[in-house]
Design a protein around this ligand. Structure first.
Ligand code: CTP
Length: 399
């Protein structure tokens, strides 16, 4: 899911790092929008490293991409932690004084706030009235907890613990899809990109991060499936509750996938697979001194895993392939996709357009789903989680 975490300027801002981290580990794409005051309490580099995204604060940066509304429009959930008394007052008044205020006003996503302040401020009639206004508008308020505050005092006002905030926020957006519609289905999902070694330190690889495959694994597990994720050089952490097998090369991926597919109801080949591998792998490092001005590589064909799985599938087993294409003309793209389905023999093909800046390693995706005869049976655009659910809907309808 595409989640915005807003951070405002209170001591508890350091705990917001835990909120961001928990969401990222759960497979969500997190965009941090911090106020200037928040960055006095917690460093931008820390938030960027933990969220794996740039952190924005300034209303007047990124104007060309209309960032002050774009972030809010793309959000599926907004969490503000900590929410200071001042921020709560601004929110109640509908002010858009900074990027966070704009983001919230420009969004239709559910909003969850975790207040943090001293007891006197929390109990001040102004704050009490503001919180009542926010609740009336359907804004979810988590906490504050009662406990030790920043000074010697203690009482209500302490920000709730990061895990509690995350659990409460995710409960607000409980899956729209029927949970349990894939109950007991055994689903094998490949993710990431294979790498073919040239020597002990180099490889031929691709730019797939594994995010879409991981989003599929998380969504399928949430819908009751028993998921085996086969990850080729994943660049993001795999979810803790899904069985993961790590592989490196195409041959390793092929072997692991065929073994897992033998008992699976569904196989989804979301991995970007190297079609060729060097015919020999150098024992030691390839050096310029011995190669001179040119280096010739001999590559040999790898097996086509999707084709072989489709050819060997058992009755009732469903095989889904992906096609990442750079063709930009929609009609031409469909022709390429239809030819690919015919060649691969799979039941469905998820078509997405990739380029230098789209598709790979990003958090958003746009796909078209085709069936075996090349008809469009689904389309989705949004976060990789949204796209994952639309792909799984195809299975749900079929069962
Ligand atoms: N695939 C596979 N084995 C390969 C290559 C690709 O299983 N050796 C799978 C991918 O996981 C994906 C689908 O086939 O689900 C399409 O991958 P793509 O790279 O688009 O197809 P290619 O067969 O490599 O075709 P192209 O010539 O367009 O690269």
């Amino acid at each position: 899911m595409n989640i915005v975490v807003g951070i405002t300027g209170g001591i508890a801002a350091y705990k917001a790092v835990g909120v961001v981290r928990a969401l990222v580990l759960a497979g969500h794409s997190v965009q941090v929008v911090a106020t200037d005051a928040a960055l006095r309490f917690v460093g931008k580099p820390t938030l960027e490293a933990i969220s794996r995204n740039p952190v924005y604060t300034d209303l007047y940066e990124g104007v060309a991409e209309v960032r002050h509304v774009a972030i809010g429009q793309a959000a599926e959930l907004i969490i503000v932690a900590p929410a200071t008394a001042n921020f709560i007052a601004q929110l109640a008044g509908g002010f858009a004084a900074d990027l966070l205020g704009n983001t919230i006003l420009a969004s239709r996503a559910p909003l969850v706030i975790a207040p943090a302040m001293h007891t006197e401020m929390w109990q001040n009639p102004a704050t009490v009235a503001n919180i009542a206004t926010l609740r009336e508008r359907g804004i979810h308020v988590v906490g504050p907890a009662i406990g030790q505050l920043t000074g010697k005092d203690s009482g209500p006002g302490r920000m709730s613990e990061p895990d509690d905030i995350v659990a409460a926020a995710l409960a607000v957006v409980a899956p729209a899809a029927e949970p349990g519609d894939l109950d007991g289905r055994q689903i094998v999902i490949t993710a990431g990109g294979t790498r073919e070694p040239l020597d002990p330190v180099r490889f031929i690889g691709n730019r797939s991060s594994g995010k879409q495959g991981i989003a599929l694994a998380v969504a399928a597990a949430a819908r009751g499936a028993e998921v085996t994720l086969i990850g080729a050089n994943l660049e993001v952490d795999a979810p803790a509750h899904v069985t993961v097998e790590h592989v490196g090369t195409t041959l390793e991926l092929a072997e692991a996938t065929h073994v897992a597919a033998a008992t699976a109801d569904v196989v989804i080949m979301a991995a970007a697979v190297a079609d060729y591998r060097p015919d020999t792998v150098a024992e030691g490092k390839i050096r310029k001194e011995t190669q001179g001005d040119t280096l010739q590589l001999n590559l040999v064909r790898n097996p086509d895993i999707l084709h072989d799985l489709s050819a060997a599938r058992r009755p009732g087993q469903v095989i889904i392939g992906f096609a990442a294409e750079t063709e930009t003309d929609p009609a031409e793209l469909l022709l390429i996709a239809r030819a690919k389905i015919a060649r691969k023999g799979c039941d469905y093909l998820v078509l997405n357009n990739v380029g230098w800046t789209t598709g790979f390693a990003t958090d958003l995706n746009t796909v078209t789903i085709l069936n075996a005869t090349g008809d469009i049976v689904g389309e989705a655009t949004g976060s990789k989680t949204t796209v994952a659910d639309r792909i799984l809907d195809v299975l749900s309808v079929r069962s």
